[in-house]
Structures are given as C-alpha cells and as structure tokens.
Design a protein around this ligand. Sequence first.
Ligand code: NAP
Length: 307
Amino acid sequence: MYELIIIGAGPAGLTAGIYAGRYRLNTLILEKMTPGGQIMLSSRIENYPGFPGGIATQELIDRFKKQVDDLGVNFADEEVQTISASVQLKRPLYHIQGRDKNYETQSVIIATGAAAKRLGVAGEERLTGRGVSYCATCDAPLYRDKEVLVIGGGDRALEEVIFLSSYAAKVTLVHRRNQLRASKILEERARANPKINFILDSVIAEIIGKDRVEAVSIKNVLTAQAVNLSCQGVFIFVGIQPHTDFLKKLLQLDEAGFIITDENLATSQEGIFACGDCRKKNLYQVINACAEGAVAAYSAHKYILNQ
Ligand code: NAP
C-alpha cells in the first residue's frame, strides 16, 4: 500500500513527485505515456523562468524527471480506469484500478492534464491524420512549402502558427473574433511575419477533401458569407479538454469536466488532491502547473501526517 499515488507525469505530476520524494512519502507515479504530458506537443518553452531565450521542452522534462528519479520515486506505466474508496480506520483507502493491476493508497494527486479540443465540424474526424492535425511539432515537417490553416486565437494557435511558418509556404490563422486571445508578444511576432495571414471574424464550416484535406469552407460570422480556401493542412488549436472522464462519479467537476479544488488543491473527496491543467483555474501554464504540484504534495503530506 502506498501513502501517495500521483496520476500523471506532466510538469504538475513530476513536481508533485519531487516534493513527495523530499517528504519521503511512499509514492508511486502512474503515467500512461512517456513523461511530459501535453507540453510535449510544443518544441520549446520560452516563458519558464531561469531560461532566457527558452529551453527545448524535452530537455526541461528530462530535467524534471531526473530530479524525481534521483529521489528514488518509482513510476509505473499505467492507464487508470477507475478510483474507488473503502474505509480503513475511519479514513478513506483508495483503490486504483489500472489496465490489469490494482493499487492501494492513502492519498491521491490527480495530475492528468488535458488534451486538445475538437472543433466538431464536418470532415474533421474523417480527415484527422490526413491533413487535419492537433500537433504542429509532430506534423509541421510534412507541410514544407505547402499552404496550411491554423484555427484558434489563443497562445497555442499563435505559437504554432509561428512554428509552422518555418516550414510551410503560407500559413493562415482563422479566428472567430476580431481580437486574439493570445499574449501580445506572440501576436506581434506573428503579425511581423510575412508568411502569416489572418482571417478574423470567421469560423470553419467544413473541412473538404476526398482522401486528404484539399480545402476549407470558411464562413464570415458578420456577413454569413462562406468561401472555400484551398490548403493541404488544417491545424486545430481551440482550447483544451481535461482528462477527467474516469473521475465523474468520484469528484466534483465543473460543466466542462475540470476538477474543482480549494486553495490547498483539495478536491471534494478527502485525501484526493488535483493540480495542473485538469483543474478549474484561470491560467494554464507550466510555471503554475509546477507550483500546484508542490502545493498538492504539501497538502497530501499534511494529510498523511494527520492520520
Ligand atoms: P485557449 O487559450 O482557451 O484559446 C482557445 C482559442 O480557440 C480561443 O481563441 C477561442 O476563441 C478559440 N475557440 C474555442 N472554441 C472554438 C470554436 N468552437 N471555434 C473556433 N474557435 C474556437 O486555448 P489554447 O490556446 O489551447 O491554450 C490552452 C491554455 O494553455 C491557455 O490557458 C493558454 O494560455 C495556455 N498556453 C500557454 C502557452 C504559453 O504561455 N507559452 C502556450 C500554449 C498554451 P475565443 O478567443 O473567441 O474564445
């Protein structure tokens, strides 16, 4: 039986692992993929303090992981299916069911992160992997000297539009309003790039193509006029969806599925804490995911000490 199980090994889960390791809690980190989480879809991170000029995401994650390993905290390759609770000495004991193994723990930190949201338009699902992508880092080299569209107006869309411009001949950003949501520094960089065009106040009506993306039908939301724009790739960055489906019956979530926590990162269930992009908050950044990992581990440690 563990004192703490951390689910997820992105920046939040890994930082929780560092703190739990230093508290000498008997800890296990469960991760269904390689460590890093959603941030691995970006090639570089430029706003993490201490690295002027930025740092390659892989290098940053490798450093986090080494810090956890050096403390002797163990990892298991596992995809959690359910968490259930029984009572032991008047406190909950959590049973975590994996693919074919079960784990028992006195406390849990959920750090499962989030994934890219789908747009939900005609052609999107059918052409995913055939011109429709949610990862510029993975797919940008396939679009060398081609024309691509990027959908969304947030930090992610702007970062990726800039990244794609070093491969594609032309990149067009389509955003549903006339103001971008992204940080000004990213917008300034994109606007100064001659390869990047903007189509504002517009949404995607359909992604068109027989076997691969050939064009996109774009509708202006002010005039309701639609035009077809030919392109070979469509990159969609319209926000994130938390990995919390398996928690629906156990924890209080908001309407979009993000976990509700208090300032100590305690969830609605005693002994379960949450940190990073899976929780409801205002700012989704690596820096506060890490800070929340530290707070969640602090709270879990306090909870274990008070038994
Ligand atoms: P986001 O900030 O939520 O932005 C989503 C964008 O997609 C918004 O511009 C939104 O439009 C648009 N959108 C949403 N639903 C849409 C729909 N159905 N059709 C058309 N457009 C739609 O999401 P994100 O850019 O993926 O970033 C997620 C979080 O990670 C954010 O908190 C972001 O700040 C953070 N992040 C930070 C960095 C960084 O600092 N380096 C990098 C990447 C991500 P509206 O603006 O009209 O709502």
